[in-house]
Design a protein around this ligand. Sequence first.
Ligand code: MTE
Length: 329
Amino acid sequence: MKKIPSSEITPEYLYLSRRKFIKNAGMAAAVTAFLAACGGKIPFSQSTSAPSASSGTLSAEKTDTPDYTVEEPNENWNPVDDPLTDYESITNYNNYYEFTTDKNRVAELSANFITDPWQVEVTGLVANPRTFSMEELLKFEQEESIYRLRCVEAWSMVIPWIGFPLSKLLKEVQPSAEAKYVQFTTAYDPQQMPGTSYPYPWPYKEGLRLDEAMHDLTILATGLYGKTLLPQNGAPVRLAVPWKYGFKSIKSIVKIELVTEMPVSLWMAIAPQEYGFYANVNPNVNHPRWSQATERRIGENGRRETLLFNGYEDEVAGLYAGMDLSEWY
Ligand code: MTE
């Protein structure tokens, strides 16, 4: 398994010293206590003027630069050299349609979302169905995973998640032989989520094939930048699947179900011709309404080339051997 090595990431000063603390602490309990204690703001090195989103279905963002032109190629560029996206942008430029379709207002509208107490029910085709409290989930060893996040709308970030492999949770419940897929469901509470007045087939659902869910890169994230996850990023626990478009990384999970049939995600239900089950990042398969060849990295000017499987090809291409990726988009 290859994650982006931390040594090759341009660090943020404070973040680095905090991360060292987490590594040295060594115990999940210590991480939890630390995360809870961390309230201060990180000084940010970059600021981003994020464009506003259009309402309705996902749509490619408008940019200052002409679409689909790529910056001067840099022959020495290595994707693992990417600097981290600053904390301010990660926590203020969000997609969380249950609150609003306006990326710049998710933080404000989700600020009072109640995430404690929280439970995640793990059920379906498993030998040991079980409901985990958040405290129990935080007992899994919390590790850092620095991942690129590539939204289907053609913007991207690099995020230092804190979390643990989903495979560890699934092993606890023991999927049965008939289990082929994993379905995830987000919390649904119209009282707290103003965006759910929009007539979408709520709750937000997503799915993975069981082998994708068991892959080492697939994590349940509980924090980022060494801090507890904020509501806008999917608190208290969300998925991070770095080789797939961001909409697969479902937020604020309340239910994980092992099933035999391919789950129908919210986006598949709304626009099946635009959003498939696999949603692997692929510069060669365009969205029907825009190109996926390039992306805008938040905090940068110009555009970058989009990488097959978001740059995680070595790790995950084997999962799709023999599949036509334009058919299984
Ligand atoms: N999960 C839920 N429940 N609701 C959403 O609207 N948006 C998805 C994904 N998970 C979404 C969701 C999309 S389109 C993206 S790009 C990522 O969350 C964005 O995650 P971030 O806001 O933490 O960057």
